[in-house]
Design a protein around this ligand. Sequence first.
Ligand SMILES: [Fe+2]
Length: 397
Amino acid sequence: MDSNRSFDIDTTRPKVGTVLDFDLTDSSGRVILKAGRPFDESIRQRLLSSGIQKLTIRVETQAVSANQILLDSYPPESVARLQEMLSATEQSFDAFVKELMQDRQASCLDLLNQVDRLIAEATKEVSTLLAVLAARVDDGLQQESNRVQTRSTRLSCLSIIAGTELGLNSEDIKSIGLAALIHDIALLLHPEWRDPEYRSSRKEEFVEAFRTHPIESTRYLRFVTKLSQHAIMLISQIHEQLDGSGFPYGLRGLQIHPAARIMNVVDAYMEIANPTFREIGLVAPDALAHLCFHAAEGVFDRDATRSLIDAISIYPIGTEVEMSDSRRAIVIRTNPGRPLEPVVRFLDGPHDIADLVKMDLQILAPATAGKGLKRLDPKKEMLLPLWIATTNLDFFE
Ligand SMILES: [Fe+2]
């Protein structure tokens, strides 16, 4: 709610004659004071008899979404250019898939050109790109943002950003940009996996098939031209875990390429925060905490995990938070080296910007309400492998 008009009525000392230009209603929607009618003794008595001594009225005006407030914090031409770039990437993905499905042959030249654009923008305008990506996730319904092309485009961008932070060479960056984009192509061959009934009625079959989807993707992509063996290898390794608990081959440690480890961590973070098959994801700081816990247990590459967190910080851009003065805010920029003190913009009242490094104001907690996310329940969920899309469906459904 945007409340840019707010005023109090003291019912013990009423301003008789106060006239509102809207109906004043109570929390159950009953009209207390009609628009245009003055506040008078009878209404004062009615409020007092209900134990109400003071009213704070907030006037709802046109709601401005948190995403809009986030995007308004960046130059509009940069936002528009990045939105166009991401849409163009998805369109190239769609055209590629169409061509591939028709005759099992396709060229990924177009996708490679898009990856070059993503890399250039990720180097030049990383904060704006992170803001645009965050807004795209929340703009769509969960289903929508989980469309393979939308999720893969985001995975590609975040892998490029985290891989750059890790110091991967340019060939690896280009390969992960492309591999992340097309690695889940096998999911498009199984639309039935999106159906909760199918997943629960054929659970074992589904879980088993899901564990081989990287192999299915690489088989499906083998006749694609301009697709390097390096990228194919990365696609096959994206779900392998450092401790051998991953799939499809159960590789461990040095058997897994460093570039695949970065994609693995980014994919895991995205899955925890925006699950493919479960209803509700975790707020970003809790998703990262979950990831860190399992990195410490040896499941994820620690350098890759650190690089992701260095790149997006603990309160990533787009995270909604509750502040120590009770207001809600959204993170619009991160402060290097000060992960707990980002720059935020208030969602309540005038949308002021506050750099928490320079102010005596703290983040109390990530907010769950606005984005339909939840906090991590450490007792029940910390040990679960929440990064695996098929994890413990019974638990969640
Ligand atoms: Fe996958």
